[in-house]
Design a protein around this ligand. Structure first.
Ligand code: GUN
Ligand code: FE
Length: 445
């Protein structure tokens, strides 16, 4: 991999001291080799002149469904259980190998273009190999896994799995892909949510997660109807049940966590469970507003994710950061969620959730080179004089300000051109694929 020198950038490090200064970053292979006011080195292959540019740690989104990107705009204005049963499950059931591949590339293209360098991704029941192939080719960093669903009502036949098969297929994918490309891709067991999974499956996932030392990624306490189903079936609230069956630990990443009682918050805190907050999705699916200031007060790990394209309908971290701040202010007052807190959730907070804070999430010597270079020289983000750079990014900047994205020391986008895929082909194939899926399902969408 070439040696890259980024010169004269405003660097927002997000290191312990949260230092911001103008200087240079030297990247050698996949890592940051040096940072300073002026860095010089020999044998540099590429110099990026970043005068008047801002370099930030790449965003880390801890809840994404790449397999759903093709469904953007196909499932608007519905609540969670209807959204799943009427639209998302039939569409996921209709997926084929090629449609999964292009759905993933479409999503990754959008993520890279908007400065996201790492994701925690949940695929569907079938063809996950093809999504991971797209992840492998695109250069994005991902913790990913096939969704597991061995129970539930109104689930299309094609998504209904036998417990043992779901587990075997997950283990096969793990053994094939976990730690691929020097750890850029990692596997996470991904039971969909308690409503979709038997106790037997969830208990086995707990054992396997401990055996392989990998994460478990699931949805929990997103919607009041979902919680009512769990309570009816188990006699317990959602998080209490997850604890009861042995899943509540520091490897568990829970998307949403909107409706928690005090006991569930205690479990999350004491067991070190990670919460992925998805404000755009939570509002669009009318799920509710998560009590994030309260969770942060208790030192619970909270990070951000856009969720899937059909419940957002973008995968843009700038949008998620803005919403994360504004929704809390509207309920809890102007200081309840400031720009710095949100920016931490979007960067180092995501790294902590992935168990990778020693590798990513900040710009520091020795860490992986996962960065976004922003051009904030425009009407919408001026004036800059005397303005906190983090305020500019969270409240004024937008995805089109991302000029260059580097992941694992590789320039995956430069001057807004994605280098690891052909945009025209991906857009064209995405349309062809969703056309094919729409014909395949009987539900009128
Ligand atoms: N709960 C179970 N499955 C899903 C999903 O695909 N998206 C969201 N937002 N919530 C879920
Ligand atoms: Fe989700």
């Amino acid at each position: 991999m070439p040696t890259i020198l980024i010169k004269n950038a405003e660097i927002i490090t997000m290191n312990e001291k949260e230092e911001v200064f103008i200087g240079d970053i030297l990247i050698e292979n996949d890592r940051i080799k040096a940072i300073g006011k002026e860095v010089s080195a020999q044998g540099i292959d590429k110099v990026i002149d970043a005068r008047n540019r801002t370099v930030i740690p790449g965003f880390i989104q801890t809840h994404i469904h790449l397999c759903q990107t093709l469904f953007r705009g196909k499932a608007d204005d519905l609540e969670l259980m209807d959204w799943l049963k009427k639209r998302i499950w039939p569409l996921e059931a209709a997926h084929d190998e090629e449609s999964i591949y292009y759905s993933a590339l479409l999503g990754i293209g959008e993520l890279i273009q908007s400065g996201t360098t790492s994701i925690v991704d949940m695929e569907t029941v079938h063809h996950t190999d093809y999504a991971i192939q797209a992840i492998a080719e695109s250069g994005i960093r991902a913790l990913t896994g096939k969704v597991m669903m061995d129970k539930g009502q109104e689930v299309p036949e094609r998504l209904q799995e036998k417990t043992s098969e779901s587990i075997q297929q997950s283990v096969d994918l793990l053994e094939k892909w976990h730690m691929y490309d020097n750890g850029r891709i990692q596997y996470a067991f991904s039971p969909r949510f308690v409503v979709s999974c038997t106790e037997e499956l969830l208990r086995e996932v707990g054992h396997l997660s401990s055996h392989y030392n990998v994460n478990v990624h699931t949805h929990a306490s997103e919607n009041r109807g979902e919680i009512a189903i769990v309570e009816h079936e188990t006699g317990m609230r959602n998080i209490a049940y997850l604890e009861h069956i042995g899943l509540a630990n520091e490897r568990l990443i829970l998307a949403h966590c909107i409706w928690l009682d005090e006991n569930e918050k205690r479990i999350i805190k004491e067991k070190g469970v990670k919460v992925s907050h998805c404000p755009g999705s939570n509002m669009k699916l009318a799920s509710g507003i998560a009590e994030i200031p309260h969770l942060l007060e208790q030192n619970i790990s909270v990070s951000l994710g856009a969720d899937g394209a059909p419940c957002n309908n973008n995968l843009d971290m700038f949008n998620e950061m803005r919403l994360a701040a504004l929704i809390q202010k509207s309920v809890h007052g102007p200081t309840s969620m400031d720009a710095r807190t949100v920016f931490k959730m979007a960067t180092i907070g995501g790294a902590k959730a992935m168990g990778m804070a020693h590798e990513i999430g900040s710009i520091e010597v020795g860490k992986k080179a996962d960065l976004a270079i922003l051009n904030l020289q425009d009407f919408h983000s001026f004036p800059s004089y005397g303005v906190d750079p983090i305020s500019r990014i969270v409240y004024s900047a937008s995805k089109s300000d991302v000029e260059t994205t580097i992941i694992n020391g590789r320039v995956v986008m430069e001057n807004r051109i994605i280098k690891t895929m052909d945009k025209h082909t991906v857009l064209q194939e995405a349309n062809i694929a969703i056309g094919r899926l729409s014909k395949r399902i009987t539900t009128l969408i």
